[in-house]
Design a protein around this ligand. Structure first.
Ligand code: ZN
Length: 166
């Protein structure tokens, strides 16, 4: 049986694929009884679809795999704390456990801004495991934004932009 650490490693692989598409690097995985039944990475820019977050892509594949909108007893892994939309989708899909990497102070809806998956007013609640490989997940985002700002030269050397090292 693979550990949370191992599955988060596969999410990091998915996130790296997103970065290769020029997408904000977030990766997700749905696991049921030790098997990966859905995987995805952020495709919002590529598809022009505001719902194409990594979690949604992975969840759609998982629902196709099980043949039902309820993806019971499954665990969703994602590198970044889910937003309001994705947290809502996890509740709707009856995902059992959410495991995520780094927190999202600006949009996180699990612990940062809202607590959708554990809100007692909703008819389904998830077990939440936060902070798995959080540093690696956050560093992937940081390095992406550094590169996107045009900061990184060859060998990732920082360049001087606008009066500061970026
Ligand atoms: Zn989202």
């Amino acid at each position: 049986m693979q550990s949370h650490h191992d599955f988060m490693g596969l999410c990091l692989d998915e996130a790296a694929r997103a970065a290769a598409y020029g997408e904000v690097p977030v990766g997700a995985l749905v696991v049921l009884a030790g098997d990966v039944i859905g995987r995805g990475f952020n495709l919002r820019e590529t598809t022009g679809d505001p719902t194409a977050h990594a979690e949604m892509v992975a969840l759609r594949e998982a629902a196709r795999t099980v043949g039902h909108w309820r993806v019971l007893d499954a665990t969703l892994y994602v590198t970044l704390e889910p937003c309001v939309m994705c947290s809502g989708a996890l509740v709707n899909a009856r995902i059992r456990t959410l495991v995520y990497g780094c927190a999202d102070a600006k949009a996180g809806a699990v612990e940062s801004l809202y607590a959708v998956p554990t809100d007692a007013r909703l008819n389904h609640r998830l077990e939440v495991v936060a902070g798995v490989r959080a540093d690696e997940c956050a560093e992937m985002l940081r390095s992406f934004f550094r590169r996107r700002r045009g900061g990184a030269g060859p060998q990732g050397r920082p360049l001087w932009r606008g009066g500061r090292v970026v």
